[in-house]
Design a binder for this molecule. Structure first.
Ligand code: GUN
Length: 283
């Protein structure tokens, strides 16, 4: 049987640490708490849930948080004005613009407008460059959450074959870099990879991030591999599921993350870590 990696447990342990460091930060800064500003534009229900959880996460560790809800008809100029205002607001340490934005707004432009020292998503090209160098002033939240889970379960990527399936800027690319920096030998696979199954079967650590419900069954997994599922999908019955066919892979993998309760809970926790870092960097 596989060990099921409990993201809720890892997340709770990490949040307890962050809460303690937040207390220390406050003592050293006259009671001032780190603060995160979140902007959400439009009425995407999934985004609304994420933003609510980010606010809850801030409250849990003792941060200040502000949520700016803007209507779907918001103009680029209005959004830019708010970002600039938050860039200049000394009480705000981190700024997050929830994605996706409505189609008429330019995501790349907005990300580049955020002060790079407040870019707690680590999406600004400056921070992407820093991560590529191995300088983690801000961590890419989801991949960093994966690395925390691996660390918690004493899985060391050094000398292992890491295979990342999916090449997004948010998950796949930075995930490959973090595994590389931890001395893994890394391959990034995607929709044009020939013999994807064969490539996955070479993985000691397989990270699945393609957004296809239950795509990876036991045939994609080498006996004893560590399987990390970054997908959040709905199955044919509308139930939350990952990219991995859990029932088929459990038993073959040595370790596996479930969905829900695996990587998901870690992402916001790493955002909180970045917000604390932003506050500490400022002082
Ligand atoms: N939408 C889905 N995931 C994310 C994330 O990590 N950051 C932001 N800003 N938007 C998202």
């Amino acid at each position: 049987m596989s060990v099921i990696m409990n993201g809720k447990e890892v997340s709770a342990a990490k949040r307890a640490q962050i809460a303690k460091r937040c207390e220390e930060y406050k003592k050293e800064h006259g009671g001032r708490a780190p603060g995160l500003a979140v902007i959400i534009v439009g009425d995407d229900p999934a985004s609304a849930v994420y933003v609510r959880n980010k606010k809850k996460g801030c409250e849990e560790v003792g941060f200040n948080s502000w949520v700016y809800e803007m209507g779907a008809e918001t103009t680029q100029e209005q959004l830019d004005d708010l970002v600039v205002k938050l860039n200049n607001d000394q009480s705000v340490d981190g700024i997050l613009v929830q994605l996706p934005l409505p189609k008429h707004l330019d995501e790349k432009h907005v990300i580049e407008l955020i002060d790079k020292n407040k870019d707690v998503d680590a999406f600004h090209p400056y921070n992407v460059g820093k991560i590529t160098e191995g300088d983690y002033r801000f961590l890419p939240c989801t991949p960093a959450g994966v690395m925390e889970i691996l660390r918690y379960y004493n899985v060391d990527p050094s000398g292992k074959n890491g295979v990342v399936v999916g090449r997004s800027n948010i998950v796949g690319k930075p995930m490959a870099l973090l595994l590389l920096h931890a001395n893994g030998t890394v391959k990034i696979c995607h929709s044009r990879t020939p013999d994807l199954k064969g490539a996955c079967r070479e993985a000691d650590i397989l990270v699945c991030a393609i957004g296809k419900a239950k795509f990876f069954d036991g045939e994609y997994v080498k006996e004893g591999a560590v399987v990390i599922d970054v997908g959040i999908n709905r199955d044919e019955n509308g139930k939350l599921c990952g990219d991995v066919d859990f029932a088929s892979v459990e038993g073959k993998a040595s370790y596996i993350t479930p969905v829900p309760g695996g990587v998901g809970p870690m992402t916001i926790t790493m955002l909180l870590e970045n917000t604390l870092k932003a506050a500490q960097m400022k002082n």
